[in-house]
Design a protein around this ligand. Structure first.
Ligand SMILES: Cc1cc2nc3c(=O)[nH]c(=O)nc-3n(C[C@H](O)[C@H](O)[C@H](O)COP(=O)(O)OP(=O)(O)OC[C@H]3O[C@@H](n4cnc5c(N)ncnc54)[C@H](O)[C@@H]3O)c2cc1C
Length: 248
């Protein structure tokens, strides 16, 4: 998929830090997330439309959820008996946690983040994210410098800079689950949980953690739109007494 030198310098070490196993034990498909550029395009994706919400994601989500009743800081699994779905339960947490890990735990990777404020440094690195694929240069996999994401006129007014180093770990607390582990054993275990979910009517387990699939935001939103459409269509049908099943 790429020249060997590029693989060895940039991809192998990064992949091994990310997944904590020898790269050769993983699917070669993972290398598709790397891209060799001959231009100066600094962004990962080449989508025609891309950007950050002007006032940040929290604001964006608030506006999106404006007319939807939301209960925050409440673990659904701990309060399940108090909440009855009127029609369909949509669950977006880890599928193995939903079933009390009864078939075993799915493996995830997550990140520990170390933040540092550098008072006397205006800019610490040339762009938002600098990867650290070399195992000899420390455990961290990448470093972010947040100022690069701000409009230049705001960034220039800030004294110093904040950098965040990320170290990839295998979390045990479901709140720290970030990346589904890409191997056959976990794919099989996920299938077994999905099969169990299929047997429960009016339940939809979905999203990155529910479907045990790494989705970028645009993919997560596209997937949610497909599922929402399916939900609307099935609920628009006259009640024929059939209990619906939403798991694929
Ligand atoms: C480190 C990292 C970096 C990323 N960077 C990018 C990027 O640069 N660009 C990009 O496009 N995508 C990025 N992504 C992917 C992006 O975060 C996902 O695509 C998106 O969050 C998926 O949305 P989701 O709704 O499926 O899942 P989530 O965002 O995980 O939402 C699931 C929700 O369910 C809630 N939940 C879970 N269990 C329970 C429970 N028991 N009770 C109540 N609530 C519960 C969680 O709190 C959470 O709010 C990144 C992901 C990670 C982990």
């Amino acid at each position: 998929m790429m020249p060997q030198l590029i693989y060895e310098k940039f991809v192998k070490g990064y992949t091994e830090k990310q997944w904590g196993v020898p790269a050769k034990t993983l699917s070669a498909n993972l290398a598709k997330r790397f891209d060799i550029r001959e231009d100066d395009e600094p962004r990962l994706m080449r989508h025609k439309f891309q950007g950050l919400p002007e006032r940040g994601y929290a604001d964006f989500m608030k506006a999106l959820m404006q007319d939807v009743p939301v209960l925050l800081n409440c673990d659904f699994l701990k309060h399940q008996s108090e909440m009855q779905a009127k029609q369909t339960l949509i669950y977006t947490g880890p599928i193995d946690e939903y079933f009390g890990f009864s078939l075993g735990r799915l493996k995830y990777r997550g990140q520990q983040r170390q933040h540092e404020y550098l008072r006397d440094t205006d800019w610490a690195q040339p762009c938002v994210q600098v990867n650290n694929p070399n195992p000899a240069s420390g455990r961290h996999i990448r470093t972010f410098e947040w100022k690069h994401m701000m409009p230049p006129e705001q960034a220039q007014k800030i004294r110093g800079t904040v950098v965040t180093r990320e170290i990839t770990v295998t979390p045990t607390d479901p709140n720290d689950y970030e990346y589904p582990f890409p191997d056959q054993t976990n794919a099989k275990l996920y299938d077994a949980y999905a099969e169990r979910a299929r047997g429960i009517p009016n339940l939809m387990i979905c999203g990155r953690l529910g479907e045990y699939r790494y989705y970028d935001m645009d993919q997560a939103i596209a997937r949610a739109q497909v599922l929402a459409q399916r939900l609307v269509e099935t609920q628009a049908q006259p009640d024929n007494g059939v209990r619906l099943n939403f798991m694929e």
